[in-house]
Design a protein around this ligand. Structure first.
Ligand code: SAH
Length: 379
């Protein structure tokens, strides 16, 4: 009896698995089989916020879908728009956790930076997300749903590129990230090309092995941030568990081109000798180097490297044959760095309960900091 069914979240499954569940349901209801594709199309390809909006389906069918397969949403709690077009979303999850996504337009490209966990266990010295600690893993729906929410708001905003560079460590949440990657890439899902989807990791070895098994041309970015193990240990505790050299070996085994991310921190990793070490590592892997200016928000006691030094560092890499790009900071007038918005909202909540009640947007407005973050543009 369909009344006894537990509602199933189709958005938490790959499009193929969702289709199988829908097909079985269709059969049990003695409905025509072609309805299955019409229904699955409304999950990701031409998403609806509510089954009631799928007006190509008969009303009784829509009511049945709403009962047995209710469509989950991520509640938008704060949106910040930067003058440069960057938009930052804070989504509130069903259990009250909050996660961030950042949409970064650049020419015809719209890159969405998504979260894979609420909080993060890694405690990198420069990262705002680390300061809140690990809260929980996101489900596949909560990950891919960040893209779905953007499309529901405005289909013209559909991201062309997706990067796992929001909150959390994607390779510590592999089962959900695995399913989310399928949803993002599958033509029956969001249909975003694998080369336009980048997973960013500190170098979780078991996760790197799993990720390497995927046959698609997904991109891998490694948050390197230091060219030697002792230097890396000083800013990234994960170095104790997964040492730089092992991470590089795992990256070598990865058949696809990798990118190194390198946050420049004054006096910590920005010397000429650091550039020379880094050039050696990048050459060994044929890696591109993405240089990111440090956002000081999440990094008490650390100073960003000054612009002329960043330029000299990048030049030194290029002279050694390394492809290096310096990311231009985006979302400078909003809290567009990793974990920054949620941290600010919670700080202001504590400080001002009224602001939290009224949606925290006002509190955000007064707590604005200078924030470089998920910069996408070349120097
Ligand atoms: N855990 C994954 C993905 C999330 S962080 C990873 O570490 O790769 C995405 C990128 O933002 C990482 O390269 C991270 O080091 C960087 N980042 C974090 N805090 C930053 C800050 N304050 N300034 C600049 N980049 C930062």
């Amino acid at each position: 009896m369909s009344d006894a069914r537990t509602p199933l979240n189709l958005l938490d499954r790959t499009p193929a698995a969702a289709r199988a569940a829908v097909a079985a349901w269709i059969a049990s209801q003695e409905l025509p089989r072609y309805r299955a594709d019409q229904i699955v199309r409304r999950l990701w390809t031409a998403p609806v916020a509510d089954w009631a909006d799928a007006t190509e389906l008969p009303a009784a069918l829509r009511a049945g879908l709403a009962r047995d397969f209710p469509l989950a949403r991520l509640a938008e709690s704060v949106v910040q728009r930067s003058a440069d077009g960057t938009v930052k979303y804070l989504f509130r999850l069903a259990d009250g956790e909050a996660i961030e996504s950042v949409l970064i337009p650049s020419g015809t490209r719209r890159t969405l930076c998504i979260s894979s966990q609420a909080g993060c266990a890694l405690k990198c010295a420069f990262c705002a997300t680390g300061t809140m600690g690990f809260r929980r893993n996101l489900s596949a729906f909560e990950i891919a749903g960040q893209v779905r929410e953007i499309i529901l708001r405005d289909p013209a905003d559909k991201p062309t590129n997706v990067v796992f560079m929001g909150m959390g460590e994607p390779l510590l949440n592999w089962p959900a990230v695995d399913t989310a990657l399928t949803i993002l890439n599958d033509p029956a899902g969001l249909g975003i090309g694998a080369r336009r989807i980048t997973v960013s990791t500190v170098g979780i070895l078991p996760g790197m092995t799993e990720f390497a098994r995927r046959p698609e041309q997904f991109r891998l970015a490694i948050s390197l941030h230091a060219p030697t193990s002792p230097q890396r240990l000083a800013i990234m505790p994960v170095e104790k568990k997964y040492a730089l050299d092992d991470v590089l070996k795992a990256a070598e085994a990865f058949r696809k081109r990798v990118t190194f991310e390198y946050v420049m921190i004054g006096g910590v990793n920005d010397a000429d000798t650091d550039a020379d070490h880094l050039a050696k590592l990048a050459r060994r892997l044929g890696a591109l180097v993405n240089i990111l200016p440090l956002h000081p928000g999440g990094a008490p006691g650390l100073a960003p490297t000054r612009a002329p030094r960043i330029r000299a560092f990048a030049e030194r890499l290029r002279h050694q044959g390394i492809e290096a790009t310096v990311r231009r900071s985006r979302g400078l007038d909003i809290n567009a760095a990793c974990g920054q918005l949620r941290v600010e909202v919670e700080k202001n909540r504590r400080r001002d309960a009224t602001a939290a009640r009224t949606g925290a947007a006002e509190a955000i407005a007064e707590a604005i900091e200078v924030v470089p973050a998920h910069e996408v543009e070349v120097e």
